[in-house]
Design a protein around this ligand. Structure first.
Ligand SMILES: NC(=O)c1ccc[n+]([C@@H]2O[C@H](COP(=O)([O-])OP(=O)(O)OC[C@H]3O[C@@H](n4cnc5c(N)ncnc54)[C@H](O)[C@@H]3O)[C@@H](O)[C@H]2O)c1
Length: 352
């Protein structure tokens, strides 16, 4: 099978830490042909790491796409630039991987969905492809914890102190002073809801409360929400952006069933814990961060074999809508019905 030729746009942290290592493991499926960053020095050093000459480093993606023959483009630019860059890439007729969230705005996401009909477009939402979610889903589907009753999902981070460390994502200026709705809450919560939806299905409604943030990075520093799924089952979601877990084990994700419990301390811990009423306990090992690898396999298979994409732009839009619905619930003080994926709405309307 031919390798898929890729052009890269945005050689920042997501490229260095997440996508590039995955492409290195997938050299039999992909060849990196050129790298663009508006900071040319970053494009050049990324080319050096990828074994490419400086002639393959560009500061303009238009020039890169007019000069180098690529089948697909991987877009990893700051969230408020994702829409413009992706729209331009789609105008070149290239397959596209775009980092989450699919756009900074709902209208942008909808336009990209329309523009991407003739190519393969995958939103790099790694939570749809993680090993740990697959294990938890298999446990639930196999009735390991009996009837699934509820969950608590708690995410604790300290954005401002993380931002002091230049090696962390929180250090980027565009995250500290975002020019898009939701700020860091949008940036991180799209992951959380992609994960919860992959485990529990579509969401019906949400009721949330928030504690206002005095800093720019997000409108609220604490968000607590009751999340109701279409199946009728509900659970509790919390996102704290100004706290630090100081006791182990961290709260993480706990799923309660009539017969047992599943516990994932965090996505990096490497074990899904399962226990039941009989006193049995199993720590099921997994390889953390495999989502970045698995999503690129899905993209390759979609291009070469027409395999369905698990993380479509429609799903990416739904993750965003969920985040905005939480903000709406906090702003109005009311529960909010969660908007559905456009594709599902169309199918439901056609079935009537
Ligand atoms: N899936 C994940 O777990 C994950 C993790 C981190 C970041 N991300 C996503 O990746 C994207 C990038 O995040 P990051 O942390 O790498 O940011 P970053 O600031 O480290 O890197 C972005 C890079 O894009 C370049 N850039 C900006 N506009 C450009 C343009 N028009 N043309 C060419 N280059 C341009 C910048 O110079 C910079 O080098 C964001 O969408 C973010 O949400 C995803």
């Amino acid at each position: 099978m031919e390798r898929v030729k890729v052009g890269v746009i945005g050689a920042g942290m997501a490229w260095d830490k997440l996508h590039f290592p995955a492409y290195q493991r997938l050299q039999y499926k992909y060849s990196i042909e050129a790298i663009c960053d508006k900071d040319l020095s970053k494009a050049r050093s990324a080319c050096e790491r990828a074994g490419l000459g400086w002639d393959r480093a560009f500061e303009s993606y238009q020039i890169m796409l007019n000069t180098v023959d690529v089948d697909a483009v991987d877009v990893m630019v700051p969230i408020d630039e994702t829409f413009e860059v992706s729209k331009d890439v789609l105008a070149f007729g290239k397959h596209i991987v775009v980092e989450k969230p699919v756009s900074a705005s709902v209208s942008g996401a909808k336009e990209l969905i329309k523009l991407s009909k003739k190519v393969k477009m995958l939103v790099a939402e790694n939570y749809r492809y993680t090993e740990e979610n697959r294990i938890m889903k298999d446990l639930m589907d196999g009735q390991a914890i009996g009837q699934v009753l509820s969950f608590t999902d708690v995410h604790v981070s300290d954005f401002e102190s993380d931002g002091q460390d230049p090696s962390k994502f929180a250090s980027t200026i565009w995250r500290k002073h975002p020019d898009f709705k939701g700020g860091v809450f949008l940036d991180s919560a799209v992951h959380h809801f992609a994960g919860l939806r992959a485990l529990f299905g579509d969401i019906d409604s949400v009721f949330a409360k928030g504690m206002e943030s005095k800093a720019d990075f997000a409108p609220y520093s604490v968000i607590n929400a009751i999340v109701v799924f279409k199946s009728g089952f509900c659970g509790q979601y919390s996102c704290l952006l100004k706290a630090k877990e100081t006791q182990a084990p961290f709260a993480g994700l706990r799923v309660y069933g009539t017969e047992g419990e599943i516990f994932l301390e965090n996505h990096e811990c490497g074990f899904v814990n399962y226990s039941n009423r009989k006193g049995e306990h199993q720590a099921i090992p997994y390889q953390p961060n495999e989502g970045y690898f698995n999503e690129l396999i899905n993209f390759y298979d979609a291009i070469t074999q027409n395999t369905p994409i698990a993380s479509t732009p429609e799903k990416g839009l739904s993750d965003m809508l969920m985040v905005f619905d939480i903000l709406k619930s906090i702003e109005t003080g009311l529960p909010v019905s969660v908007a559905e994926e456009p594709a599902k709405r169309k199918r439901a309307a056609a079935a009537k």
